[in-house]
Design a binder for this molecule. Structure first.
Ligand SMILES: Nc1ncnc2c1ncn2[C@@H]1O[C@H](COP(=O)(O)OP(=O)(O)OP(=O)(O)O)[C@@H](O)[C@H]1O
Ligand SMILES: [Mg+2]
Length: 246
């Protein structure tokens, strides 16, 4: 059964010409939860998130949001429905300032009067962006770019945030602070779908997780159960017992 505001991906297939991006991925993100999408390089995490966001065409399968099938809708229509993506590689406009990049996130907003509040909210979560609001985004550090990508996604006032590797390339302290912020956003009511290669990190914050392998969902379960099962840790998550957090 799919409740309102759940995101349900069923048997998603995405092709890049003759190549298969994802073959058969099914994921459910219940409203108010944090769900992790795990898998190694090329497993299909980015392709899945991009398909949900309408950035790559869906070859077959269903993507249902709020009880409505959204597969095939253009990206601008999907973001208007309350789904925002913080993409892999950030996709910032490097010649534009931090604030100009944030404003680009407001394009789908119908009520432009919300902009000052939304901007203030982003600056509350990411004070670094406020300090650097007039700085060109091309001169930001990796951690600041990640904050800006998440902040820009928040500017469309989404109900669900799709995060593609929010820890990628960041120093451990920055990663920790990014994940703290993501948990605060969740506590404030946002549903999160997080693609991560840092399995431990994702399982620490997620309620539920899916493991992708070569374009297929091969495993799913409650995050704490996946994290504790030695067999699962070894075979699917590539974690040795020595990697167990204290
Ligand atoms: N634009 C593209 N053209 C052709 N093949 C692509 C394209 N983008 C992705 N693929 C292929 O689709 C498959 C899934 O890639 P995807 O980027 O979704 O994986 P990922 O799980 O996000 O990996 P990573 O952890 O490295 O980011 C891979 O085999 C990849 O080579
Ligand atoms: Mg990826």
């Amino acid at each position: 059964m799919s409740a309102a505001s759940d995101l349900v991906v069923e048997h998603l297939e995405v092709r890049y010409g003759d190549l298969v991006g994802v073959a058969d991925v099914s994921v459910r993100v219940p409203a108010g939860k944090i769900v992790a999408l795990l898998g190694s390089n090329g497993a299909g995490k980015t392709t899945t998130l991009n398909a949900i966001a309408g950035l790559v065409p869906v070859a077959s399968g269903r993507i249902v949001w709020d009880g409505e099938q959204i597969a095939g809708l253009p990206a601008f229509a999907i973001v208007r429905k309350g789904i925002a993506l913080s993409p892999e590689g950030w996709h910032l406009f490097t010649q534009q300032t931090v604030e100009q990049n944030l404003m680009l996130g407001t394009t789908p907003l119908t009520d432009k009067k919300r902009i000052p509040d939304l901007l203030e909210r982003v600056f509350t979560y990411f004070p670094r962006l406020k300090e650097r609001r007039r700085q060109r985004s091309g001169t930001l550090s990796g951690g600041e770019r990640q904050m800006l990508a998440v902040g820009r996604a928040m500017m469309s006032e989404p109900r669900i945030l799709l995060l593609d590797e929010p820890s990628l390339g960041l120093a451990p302290a920055i990663v920790e602070s990014m994940y703290d912020t993501l948990q605060q956003l969740h506590a404030a009511g946002l549903t999160l779908l997080i693609a991560e290669q840092s399995v431990q990190l994702a399982l620490d914050v997620a309620d539920y997780a899916y493991v992708l392998q070569t374009g297929n969902t091969v495993l799913e379960g409650a995050a704490d159960q996946l994290a504790d099962d030695p067999q699962v840790r070894k075979i699917y998550l590539g974690l040795s017992d020595s990697a167990v957090a204290p």
